[in-house]
Design a binder for this molecule. Structure first.
Ligand code: SF4
Length: 386
């Protein structure tokens, strides 16, 4: 019997680097993009027989900006995936295949080529509906460009679209955030991800702003109002920062949050297989060179930081990740996976957190309360065992 698998495919290129971004991505010329796609395809093909052991239920092409590549490259990558891996079908359902796109890098032709290649979900990086804030972030698009791309995607028949937003930007007010939400909801995407800005070391934002420029109180207010606003518009929060209309939860993200197996392909991509975490080579030149030296047997040469998780680490992850979801963790699933009850391992933490109103238990599940979500970092830390 084949094991379920989620595939993540990393495209590490962007038209320009945004001022707050510390993802593994950079601008690149056409020759580099071509060379990378060739290497990525040889990585995929190097899985050969091993790929046949899995049933792929979700694919997420992320970045970087995958839509910065020509559409035919994405089609080539997906056809290599289909050659090596079995994608679910029939009773197993249709695989969810998502591509991240950024306004300003897509055309109708590209979107059409994605559709033809079997992509059925788009994740669009809008970030803000305010053009001044987009400029502040160093984004290359305007709200108007986004709206045109979105309209084209709908005309071409994409029926599952996520919009990414970022809140708590320097100088942002609650009103300006609510206007972004209002404009987003008005176009009725099926899914909205709303993350708060984190200022990462090594980015231009880190040089430009300090902690004092971020208003934590406002961030918390925004968080609460976002939930209220989106729930009244028909979106429910199924994870700390993710909202969906009924039936449109992102299946690929749920693979991560429920501790299921996933394989990362491409530069720096992370994997969890057989209770082992690792990631691929992060240096582009090294990745390209290794692909030339080991064309047929590429993947073992790029795996790094391979760590078999201990039982305690697996239990911790089960709790951290599961508690991110509004449905929480299933006590029976904990016992099934670890041969011990959650009460036995975390009885004291659960009792204390319940008394403080941070978590709740209902119908065999443990989940964070609204107060627990507000203080999620502190609550999660309580579940550390080592
Ligand atoms: S488009 Fe996304 S990945 Fe690329 S630089 Fe901007 S934030 Fe980073």
């Amino acid at each position: 019997m084949k094991k379920d698998l989620g595939l993540y495919i990393h495209i590490p290129f962007c038209a320009r680097k945004c001022d707050y971004c510390d993802f593994l991505s950079a601008p690149a010329d056409e020759a580099t993009k071509r060379e990378y796609v060739k290497a990525l395809i040889s990585e995929i093909k190097s899985y050969g027989q091993l790929g046949a052991e899995y049933l792929v239920k979700t694919i997420f092409i992320g970045g970087g900006t995958p839509s910065f590549l020509e559409g035919r490259f994405i089609a080539d990558i997906l056809s290599a995936v289909r050659e090596v891996f079995t994608l679910c079908e029939g009773k197993e359902g249709v695989p969810e295949i998502t591509i991240e796109i950024n306004p300003g890098t897509v055309t109708g032709d590209k979107l059409l080529s994605y559709k033809k290649a079997g992509i059925n979900r788009l994740s669009i990086g809008l970030q803000s509906a305010d053009n001044r804030q987009l400029r502040l972030l160093g984004r290359i698009h305007t709200f108007e460009t986004f709206r045109d791309n979105y309209k084209t995607a709908r005309e071409l028949g994409f029926q599952n679209i996520n919009i990414d937003l970022i809140s708590a930007l320097p100088g942002q007010t609650l009103d300006s955030w609510l206007r972004t939400l209002e404009k987003t909801v008005a176009i009725e995407p099926e899914h909205i991800s709303a993350y708060s800005l984190i200022i990462e070391e090594g980015t231009p934002f880190f040089e430009r702003y300090s902690e004092e420029d971020l208003d934590e109180e406002l961030d918390r207010t925004i968080y609460g109002r976002t939930k209220e606003y989106l729930e009244s518009a028909g979106y429910y929060r199924y994870e700390i920062s993710n909202y969906a209309q009924k039936g449109f939860v992102c299946k690929h993200n749920c693979v991560y949050w429920t501790g299921r197996e996933y394989l990362g392909l491409g530069l720096g991509a992370a994997s969890l297989l057989n209770h082992t975490r690792f990631h691929n080579e992060e240096d582009l030149q090294a990745y390209l060179k290794l692909s030339k030296n080991h064309t047929d047997n590429f993947y073992p040469y790029i795996r790094k930081d391979i760590k078999k998780l201990t039982k305690n680490q697996r239990m911790e992850e089960f709790m951290f990740l599961g508690l991110r979801m509004s449905g929480g963790i299933k006590k029976s699933e904990f016992s099934r996976q670890f041969g011990q009850s959650v009460q036995e391992v975390y009885g004291n933490v659960i009792k204390r957190s319940r008394l403080e109103g941070l978590i709740n238990e209902k119908r065999g599940k443990i989940y964070l309360t609204d107060k627990g979500i507000d203080l999620s970092n502190m609550v999660m830390a309580r579940f550390l065992l080592e």
